[in-house]
Design a protein around this ligand. Sequence first.
Ligand SMILES: *[C@@H]1O[C@H](CO)[C@@H](O)[C@H](O)[C@H]1NC(C)=O
Ligand SMILES: *[C@@H]1O[C@H](CO)[C@@H](O)[C@H](O)[C@H]1NC(C)=O
Ligand SMILES: *[C@@H]1O[C@H](CO)[C@@H](O)[C@H](O)[C@H]1NC(C)=O
Ligand SMILES: *[C@@H]1O[C@H](CO)[C@@H](O)[C@H](O)[C@H]1NC(C)=O
Ligand SMILES: *[C@@H]1O[C@H](CO)[C@@H](O)[C@H](O)[C@H]1NC(C)=O
Ligand SMILES: *[C@@H]1O[C@H](CO)[C@@H](O)[C@H](O)[C@H]1NC(C)=O
Ligand SMILES: *[C@@H]1O[C@H](CO)[C@@H](O)[C@H](O)[C@H]1NC(C)=O
Ligand SMILES: *[C@@H]1O[C@H](CO)[C@@H](O)[C@H](O)[C@H]1NC(C)=O
Length: 660
Amino acid sequence: MRRYRCFTPTVLLLQSFFAIIANAVSIAEIQGPAFQSPLLGQVVRNATGIVTAKDRYGFWLQGEPSSDPRISNGLRVYAPGLAHQTDVGHLLSLSGRVSEHRQNNRPNDLFLTELIAPFDLFIHSVDHPVIPLIIGRESGYAPPLAKASALDEGTEGWLSVPNNVTLLESVNATLQPDKYGLDFWESLEGNLVTIVNPTTSNFPDMFGSLWVYGDWDVNGRNERGGLTLTSVDGLPDAHPGVILIGRPLDGTRNPKEPIGSILSNITGVVTYQFGYYSILPLTAPSVMTESDPDISPVSFSASEEPCELTIGDYNVENMSPRSRHIPLVAKHVVEYLKLPDILFLQEIQSDSGSRNNGVVTANRTLATFVKAISNTASEHFSSNSPPFKYEFVNIPPEDNMDGGKPGSNIRVAYLWNPNKVSLVPGHITGNATQAVEVVKSDKGELSLSYNPGRVHPTHEAWEETRKPLAAAWQTSTGSRFFTVNVHLSSKRFGSSPHGDARPPVNGRIERRTQQVNVTADFVESVLSQDVNASIILAGDMNDFVQTRSVFQSLTNLLTDINDASAVDPVERYTYVYEQHMQEIDHMFVSDAIVNRGTKVEHIHVNTWARSTSERASDHDPTVAKVWVCDNPSNTKDSERPFLPGLTAPLVIQNPHGLIY
Ligand SMILES: *[C@@H]1O[C@H](CO)[C@@H](O)[C@H](O)[C@H]1NC(C)=O
Ligand SMILES: *[C@@H]1O[C@H](CO)[C@@H](O)[C@H](O)[C@H]1NC(C)=O
Ligand SMILES: *[C@@H]1O[C@H](CO)[C@@H](O)[C@H](O)[C@H]1NC(C)=O
Ligand SMILES: *[C@@H]1O[C@H](CO)[C@@H](O)[C@H](O)[C@H]1NC(C)=O
Ligand SMILES: *[C@@H]1O[C@H](CO)[C@@H](O)[C@H](O)[C@H]1NC(C)=O
Ligand SMILES: *[C@@H]1O[C@H](CO)[C@@H](O)[C@H](O)[C@H]1NC(C)=O
Ligand SMILES: *[C@@H]1O[C@H](CO)[C@@H](O)[C@H](O)[C@H]1NC(C)=O
Ligand SMILES: *[C@@H]1O[C@H](CO)[C@@H](O)[C@H](O)[C@H]1NC(C)=O
């Protein structure tokens, strides 16, 4: 569909004005149809336009519009010395040099076209109305739906591997604003625009900037009002319409609103700063509708059926014995996760927190957390019920060998309800460097050589990162199952999705791919001994399943529990970053578990928080319900809370199941 920009009285005024001045350059000629100006480096004469906005360092001009939708008629004039002589509504002309500017010479930023070193400023008249270009449903002029750049080639779009194959500014392609988001915003560079009915889609960043999208069509909109990273026609959506709203030009402050809040229309100039296309609003928007503060707990509970387990997974963000967020995380575990039978944890720090003093044990951290959970749980049980107490296990890493903050020695750990499950006995806990292996008893039962034990901890894939922790478990009825708790390398050293490198750099993707492969080798070693083994692998994997190449070796063996449980793709998220709500914490299960039916819910205690400071962690926890026994000897099928293929309970016959 071809979109037309609206024409305004300003246009008519400028058109008649340009007829008068001969040899003058138009702003459209300075901008041109590509990423970089065709007049780069040249001194241009008598560029004319109306001042739409100003700051301490200069102002923005709007000139005669081009009939070519690729060409912007807005321009940044960098003129600290002239800013005080001009005002919004002035019709002026001036000469100067055309420059392509990279803020602080940041190498991966896109260039901003500017007029610098101006001279011959001539103010023709004042008090002209300044009329923004409306972006939204009403005007029909809106960002493209899914793709950021034509250069994001490959089977996984902007997540394709290899990364950084092309530099956008070197290609300097002519713009395709109806197809690609970066082209769309570039075609509006320097323009005054209005975003209609903006919805917040991330927390404000540390500078008070807001991520929003307007009332146009979007993909991946979730119940909260954020945009979940999903695939459209097999390609991951880049959400190119989500735009950063920078610091208001009049010195007001943007509101700090949770995700999914609706703000008043935002009018401002389109620019590029800190690695992102941004709009600098003339003034801060006000809040029209604040998102609902209610956060739902998991809809199902642990039960007394020995074979049916609830499994929680939670990255508790740098937890040490002195962490102030322990009571809040404990509250989440009791009230929102409803005390899962097994809890996979990531980011448990050593007993001395981030003091870099050689301490690697985390028993105090874990005992403090377990105590806080017991205390919170006791407030929910009647006084005559037995106290609830998790047991815990972890393997201390070698000092400063597993990444994270120096000295903190973060690691993964398990908590479990001993009334429900136990570690298969007879095997000692492994140490930091001992690799776990599958072993078979004389009776043909599978277990692990260390229980728990780390997965190939000396493999180069795990250099400076947390090693996975594998465990063999048994139910009170003697059925065995396996778990692997993972925390893969972060996306550190990644590049902005609005940056020069295309596709953007997915930081340390090679590491994660290799780490998944090593972990998958372990899973395969269990399945090769028993194709029907019950395996649950979960944790913070720091990547999206849409980056399929990372997960390939694992998805050949196990199934994403979201798929097994038919979770709506837009509700699959545990984290929010840049434009997207996204799932980087995953749970994968073996066929045996899939075939018995599963459930899973992501509990948005943190991504739905009122502000980042009210979060307990940057990640949301997840809770699943799985059936781990082959032959539920003491259970009739009809007593199972759910059957294969069903995602909701059939009959609820177990009055003991509920904690409350
Ligand atoms: C620029 O504008 C000034 C003042 O209006 C005029 O004298 C001059 O001839 C113009 N130059 C060009 C190249 O149009
Ligand atoms: C960018 O593309 C425009 C339009 O094709 C061209 O005029 C200009 O010279 C190019 N700039 C660079 C630096 O390649
Ligand atoms: C992308 O590759 C270029 C070399 O082609 C390199 O100079 C640049 O630093 C890389 N960008 C990032 C973000 O790694
Ligand atoms: C936002 O802008 C649209 C389009 O111009 C307009 O219809 C609407 O009334 C504006 N909303 C508010 C709250 O001003
Ligand atoms: C840590 O706690 C576990 C479980 O309670 C116990 O077996 C282990 O000996 C403790 N380790 C240290 C170093 O205290
Ligand atoms: C783990 O145990 C093995 C065998 O006892 C020992 O050689 C190794 O040094 C231990 N590793 C660590 C990190 O303690
Ligand atoms: C795995 O389970 C299926 C279905 O219960 C059964 O038919 C098959 O014999 C089992 N395979 C093995 C190797 O135990
Ligand atoms: C891991 O990678 C190796 C080497 O490429 C490959 O042989 C192996 O099959 C992979 N493991 C899995 C489980 O895919």
